[in-house]
Write a protein that binds this ligand. Structure first.
Ligand code: GDP
Ligand code: MG
Length: 600
């Protein structure tokens, strides 16, 4: 069988999904994909946000056209493996790529190379993949196809003359792309007789069959009834069924070296067989597992509390359900004086956190209060112990701490030259240190080391606004560096509210304290009496603001005429109330808990 395994990678919005649909249509799989969209559990959120959260492989058949010289006419099996398009899921991207021999690297002909183009291209290079550069959207009036191809050469070193020019909108160039896949991407290697070695690149939980593993078989063959073993933990399972994606799940007799498919083995816990791990045979294990397996680690934590304490059990059940399908998501019970019973949850990044929260609210009909996201800090205590914490409530007092470290990232930003000044200033405000700066025609690539916590709060929005939307960014974690951290407590009406505390670098503590109390004074509804809000460090007040007393004439104005306006106001209040928590006699809305994230 003639096989090609490939993926499409691109900066967000450069046309990956559109081109994939065009390829599917051309190879006659469109009807089936539509069917699948209705039958399989594709996430509604994914479509709305236009991002790929879960990778979905598709198996296609390409009948190579017969040429005049008598060549061609062969039938190829293409496995197109989709990848998530967001940095939160970069580990999964890199595993999906490891299941391929090549990629189509798309660049929008009107935008050129962007930050994620570069990061994705390097992921492909690191996985030794053949890169087919595709300059896409050539139908756009603002397209500069030659310029985009030249940028690929200048920035990444891919020869400009290798570029295929295409449009996912008009379908132009799609035939050349299919030919390039056959000619340039190598066939999968591997020996079907060797001991089994298969890479897990995705999975999902099915209520009847247990965990369904998406695998790329690198060596050997796997069939129903085989005893398989997950390499990292030595757990063994009997294979129930194997199959391929067409694109629904179709049962097959076997999967052998080179193929992409799925395995069901009655695995009940997704943590037993995680993305990146190697599957081998229990009786004849491989000696050469797929390298570099590490279970995905959550890096951002936040507390989730039901606004209605009655919903605690419902929230726990919902979290358990979500965890079944998401090995990277963790949670444990936590109690807050202010918010009552809730859960401390860990995520791969802010987008992952938002997705989980939205799903809880939408699919499980829960109203939640989320506390400010925090990264994981590493402390050495005066008694010699090391201590990792992401929870401000657990942060020890200064006298117990010997050294403090915080996580750093390597941030890469692409932007037009004219915005370099203001963006460098923003990075300096965020405690960034420049690594390099490269010119690419009239654009610049900036590489910085920045504390991760500094980009959690509103960084992307600020970057976009000061570059009028032109700058793009991507990042990777690079480990820990020392930092002088403090805990800022927030008091409402003289009482410390534990769930509002944040950990922050000392240089930022005063401005952040100011920002939080100002924002809170703005969003806490007025009472009959003035409510003081204060920020403190170690009991010392660093900022204060007051929620002014309620003035009756403010609402009275509405009662005069406009009825629909009054109705709207009441509706708004009703909605708002669901997302409030009483702290003492004061109602504190969700916004106050996320005051630290506000951009103004
Ligand atoms: P993705 O984020 O890379 O998956 O990008 P999408 O496929 O969702 O496309 C992003 C936007 O660009 C959408 O509004 C598409 O309609 C548009 N688009 C995609 N391909 C083309 C193309 O070849 N030509 C034009 N003019 N627009 C395109
Ligand atoms: Mg897309």
């Amino acid at each position: 069988m003639l096989v090609r395994n490939f993926s499409i990678i691109a900066h967000v919005d450069h046309g990956k999904s559109t081109l994939a649909d065009r390829i599917l249509e051309k190879l006659g799989a469109m009807g089936e994909r539509d069917k699948r969209d209705q039958t399989l559990d594709t996430l509604e959120l994914e479509r709305e946000r236009g991002i790929t959260i879960k990778s979905t492989p598709v198996r296609l058949t390409y009948h190579r056209p017969l040429r005049e010289d008598g060549t061609g006419g062969e039938v190829y099996t293409f496995n197109l493996i989709d990848t998530p398009g967001h940095v939160d899921f970069n580990y999964e991207v890199s595993r999906s790529l490891a299941a391929c021999e090549g990629v189509l690297l798309l660049v929008d002909a009107s935008q050129g190379v962007e930050a994620q183009t570069i990061v994705n291209a390097y992921l492909a290079i690191d996985n030794n993949l053949e890169i087919v550069p595709v300059v896409n959207k050539i139908d756009l009036p603002a397209a500069d196809p030659q310029g985009a191809a030249q940028e690929l050469e200048d920035v990444i070193g891919i020869p400009a003359e290798d570029a295929v020019f295409a449009s996912g909108k008009t379908g132009e160039g799609v035939e050349q792309i299919l030919e390039a896949i056959v000619e340039r991407i190598p066939p999968p290697p591997g020996d079907p007789q060797a001991p089994l070695k298969a890479l897990i690149f995705d999975s999902f939980y099915d209520a009847y069959q247990g965990v369904i593993l998406f695998v790329r078989v690198l060596e050997g063959t796997v069939r129903a009834k085989d005893r398989m073993m997950t390499y990292s933990n030595g757990k063994s399972f009997e294979v129930d069924k194997v199959g391929t994606f067409t694109p629904g799940l179709i049962v097959a007799e076997e999967l052998s070296a080179g193929s992409v498919g799925w395995i069901a083995a009655g695995i009940k816990d997704i943590h037993d067989a995680q993305v990146g791990d190697t599957i081998t045979s229990k009786d004849q294990p491989t000696t050469d597992p797929f390298p570099g397996f590490k279970p995905a680690q959550p890096v951002v934590f936040s507390g989730l509390y039901p606004t209605d304490t009655e919903d605690y059990r419902k929230l726990r059940e919902a979290l358990e359900r979500l965890k079944l399908n998401d090995a990277a998501f963790v949670f444990e019970p936590e109690t807050s004086e202010a918010l009552g019973f809730g859960f401390r949850c860990g995520f791969l990044g802010l987008l992952h956190a938002e997705i989980i929260q939205e799903r809880l609210e939408r699919e499980y009909d829960l109203d939640l209060i989320a506390t400010a996201p925090a990264v994981v800090y590493r402390l050495t205590l005066t008694n010699g112990e090391t201590f990792e914490t992401q929870n401000p409530a657990e942060f020890p007092t200064r006298d117990r701490i010997e050294t403090m470290e915080e996580p750093y990232i390597k941030l890469s930003i692409m932007l037009p030259e004219e915005f370099v000044g203001p963006v460098m200033q923003l990075l300096q405000e965020r405690r960034g240190a420049m690594i390099t700066m490269n010119y690419v025609g009239k654009r610049v690539e900036l590489l910085y080391e920045v504390p991760f916590a500094e980009i959690l709060y509103d960084f992307h929005d600020r970057l976009k606004s000061i570059s009028r939307g032109y700058a793009s960014m991507d990042y990777e974690q690079i480990g820990y560096r020392e930092g002088d951290l403090v805990k800022v407590d927030i008091m409402v009406q003289g009482e410390t509210v534990d769930a509002l505390a944040v950990i922050v670098h000392r240089d930022k503590a005063y401005s952040l304290g100011r920002k939080i109390v100002d924002k809170m004074a703005e969003v806490i509804p007025r009472q009959l009496f003035p409510v003081p809000v204060q920020a403190t460090i170690g009991g010392k007040i660093i900022a204060r603001a007051t929620v002014k007393a309620y003035r009756k004439d403010v609402l009275a104005k509405c009662y005069g005429g406009d009825i629909s306006r009054k109705k709207k106001l009441l509706e708004k209040q009703k909605k708002g109330r669901a997302r409030m928590k009483n702290i003492g006699t004061v109602e504190v809305p969700q916004e106050a808990f996320l005051a630290v994230l506000s951009t103004d």
